[in-house]
Write a protein that binds this ligand. Structure first.
Ligand code: PBG
Length: 325
């Protein structure tokens, strides 16, 4: 007798039993913006429901995230002052360093990850040290890497569990790994933004982090959307240099990259569902095009199905509630 192929979907129980991908609060990392200029939280207009927090609030917000079941946050800092050396990025009492200490003393079990980049701290808004020659500007790779390693070290000294370099300079993972090891922080991990594409979807983040480039753009150091093999080479390099988690960013337009990175390297693979992806769904919801929860769960399930072990998302708190068994 020949069996007719069947789909098992008789009931929710049966569907659940044969489902290949399950979401839990542990899949998600919540990005938090903390500003040295604020005394109370301030909404980010292009990202409904997302805030910049004051230093005094960030530990409470982190505790709330932990109580909801999340296990990690990713911190971004907005300094009071910017300059050409990104001094605020590596200052011992910089905003991120203070925030890490505050969170760790209130909620020691929460995994604290810190974005390591210079753009929020540079008066020109680029991710590294720049030199301008007439019409052209250059990002000076090695000078930038030195500042990035210094920044990562100061985050580790404040108590960060993971540093997440998002700048895309060459050799920064190795430099950070060596600096951390030499200073006794061999237990601090590196989540590298290994495949970071030059994307239109970072738009709202530049308001959130107050870091729009004042001239030029980031295409000289972020990757071309058209290149998948290059993304794999970047990931291979970062892993060789000592990355513990590799990150693909943005998320939805790059599922093929997530899939290939996870398949090829088998290392913990994270994906960043970025500000523009968030704003896009929010806009659709506002127009009545679809229901938020269904849309977001579909996106997150797709990211995980494509191979993401970790998803950085502005919906992390909602997702902790929506995925509760
Ligand atoms: C750079 C950085 C950016 C994001 C995270 N880290 C912006 C950029 O590269 O322009 C974007 C995150 C988002 O859009 O949500 N420090």
């Amino acid at each position: 007798m020949v069996h007719r192929p069947r789909r098992l979907r008789r009931s929710a129980g049966v569907r659940n039993l044969v489902r290949e991908t399950h979401l839990t609060a542990h899949d998600f990392v919540l990005p938090l913006f903390v500003s040295e200029k604020l005394t109370a939280r301030k909404p980010i207009t292009s990202m409904p429901g997302v805030f910049q927090f004051a230093l005094a609030e960030v530990a409470d917000e982190s505790q709330r995230a932990f109580d909801l079941g999340l296990q990690a946050v990713l911190l971004f800092g907005i300094p009071r002052q910017k300059d050409e050396q990104a001094s605020g990025a590596h200052a011992e009492d910089g905003i991120v360093q203070q925030a890490v200490r505050a969170i760790k003393s209130k909620c020691p079990e929460l995994v604290v990850m810190t974005d390591v980049c210079l753009c929020e701290y540079m008066s020109h808004g680029h991710c590294g040290v720049t030199r301008i020659d007439g019409e052209h500007f250059h990002v000076l790779n090695d000078e930038s890497v030195e500042l990035l390693a210094k920044t990562a070290l100061s985050h580790a000294a404040a108590g960060a569990d993971f540093v997440a370099p998002s700048d895309m300079m060459d050799g920064r993972v190795r430099a950070i790994r060596e600096t951390l090891d030499e200073n006794g922080f061999d237990q601090v991990g590196i989540m590298s933004y290994a495949a970071k594409f030059a994307s239109a979807f970072y738009g709202p983040f530049r308001e959130a982090a107050e870091s729009p480039p004042q001239f030029g753009d980031r295409r000289s150091y972020q990757m071309d959307t058209a290149n998948a093999r290059e993304a794999l080479r970047e990931v291979a390099l970062d892993l060789e240099e000592g990355a513990d988690i590799v990150l693909v960013k943005p998320a939805l337009p790059y599922l093929d990259i997530v899939w290939r990175v996870r398949e090829r390297f088998g290392k913990p693979t994270a994906v960043y569902c970025v500000s523009g992806e968030f704003a896009m769904v929010k806009a659709g919801v506002e127009k009545g095009c679809f229901e938020e929860r269904a849309a977001v769960l579909e996106i997150m399930t797709s990211l995980k199905r494509a191979g993401a072990d970790l998803i950085i998302t502005y919906w992390a708190k909602e997702l902790a509630a929506w995925t509760r068994p």
